[in-house]
Write a protein that binds this ligand. Structure first.
Ligand SMILES: Cc1cc2nc3c(=O)[nH]c(=O)nc-3n(C[C@H](O)[C@H](O)[C@H](O)COP(=O)(O)O)c2cc1C
Length: 363
């Protein structure tokens, strides 16, 4: 029997996939006014030959907004917009999970109807952000009161229900990159003294409550979660990341999830001393279910990760921006189109197609 590779089919929880090539979640900022549109449906339809598409991060509530023209999943218009997207992907034979997201402190009052962004603790993320007020240095957020936290878990629960109504095949929680879930987990951004802070058990509580709330809607077999233990983006750090993330990953085992999606450090992350590298080999022993590995993979390295049984699937981000038919190109070793980084993010409500749906497939 030949070794398993990117093209081996797989049962991913409740979904059967024809290959193990996952399209990684990527924010593209084409959802004018937060509502998914026909151009987004075309973009995802073009990429439906991926074994699984994970959408761009999507707001679970108005207070989860971090970028202009990010989509949401809390209003009837947004649910209807996503329904057009899921229909298009299904008609093309694909599967699609919605990435549920709360931006936490990576935001600005101009994106939140004048309200101050929230976080576990009043610690300013490191970085800048494009807002309706122009490019700003991210400000210090407001620490959430204990009684507010249940309400945010409920927002994830409702968003998960809305995702089901919109026709998705499952949901992925965005637990990476310094957004709200990640902020609670790591001690560099969580200095709470209540049941959501201090010990690793307490810091993982919010993440696990959100997982539980979403699994109540979908069942674990249609839920995934993305974590980035080595990400240093937005000033994220933890005093003992191996202990923190191995605890969280071990706890995830009991939910019988479709998968855990683990991101390797980026080139930028690797400039920081002590960053965990590689992530997959470090955390694989702590999880018995399926793992999607991510970060700078090409076909050869992807095949190798699957053949060695260290990972079960591989997600590709940037290669999918420029190559709507990436699986076919991998299959026949065709050259890949290059990404034009100037057009990766939408810039308002004009020219949405440019650098988005106009990359050519092979003929
Ligand atoms: C333009 C762009 C937008 C991204 N947006 C998201 C996002 O919304 N959610 C997320 O979890 N990761 C996001 N990522 C990270 C990717 O999912 C992936 O982890 C990263 O690009 C590394 O994979 P790659 O080397 O195959 O590109 C984004 C990456 C890019 C390039």
């Amino acid at each position: 029997m030949s070794a398993r590779n990117l093209f081996s089919e797989i049962q991913l929880g409740a979904n059967h996939l024809p290959n193990r090539i996952v399209m990684a979640p990527m924010t593209r900022l084409r959802a004018v006014g937060g509502i998914p549109n026909e151009i987004m449906a075309e973009y995802y339809r073009q990429r439906a030959s991926a074994g699984l598409i994970v959408t761009e991060c999507t707001m679970v509530s108005p207070m989860s907004n971090g970028y202009m023209n990010c989509p949401g999943i809390y209003s009837p218009e947004q649910i209807a917009g996503w329904q057009v997207v899921t229909d298009a992907v299904h008609q093309a034979g694909g599967k699609i999970f919605l990435q549920l997201w709360h931006s936490g402190p990576i935001s600005h009052p101009t994106l939140l109807d004048g309200k101050q962004p929230v976080a576990p603790s009043a610690i300013a993320p490191v970085g800048t952000l494009h807002t309706p007020a122009g490019k700003i240095t991210i400000e210090t957020p407001r620490a959430l009161e204990l009684k507010e936290i249940t309400g945010i878990v409920e927002e994830f629960h409702q968003a998960a229900k809305n995702a089901m109504q919109a026709g998705f095949d499952g949901v992925e929680l965005h637990g990476a990159f310094g957004y709200l879930i990640d902020r609670f987990l790591q001690d560099g951004s969580n200095q709470r003294t209540d049941i959501y802070g201090g010990s690793v058990e307490n810091r993982a509580r919010f993440l696990l409550e959100v997982v539980e709330a979403v699994c109540q809607v979908w069942g674990g077999e249609r839920v995934g979660i993305k974590l980035s233990p080595s990400n240093t983006f937005y000033g994220m750090h933890d005093s003992n990341p191996v202990a923190t993330f191995s605890y969280a990953i071990q706890q995830l085992d009991r939910f019988n999830l479709a998968y855990v999606h683990l991101m390797e450090p980026s080139e930028d992350d690797l400039k920081t001393d002590g960053v965990i590298n590689p992530v997959l080999a470090t955390f694989r022993p702590f999880y018995s279910g399926l793992i999607i590995t991510n970060g700078n993979y090409d076909k050869a390295r992807g095949n190798q990760a699957i053949a060695s049984e260290e990972a079960d699937l591989v997600s590709f981000g940037r290669p999918f921006i420029a190559n709507p038919d990436l699986p076919q190109r991998f299959a026949i070793d065709a050259p890949l189109n290059e990404v034009n980084f100037a057009t990766v993010y939408g810039k308002g409500d004009r020219d949405l197609e440019r650098g988005y749906t106009d990359y050519p497939a092979l003929v």
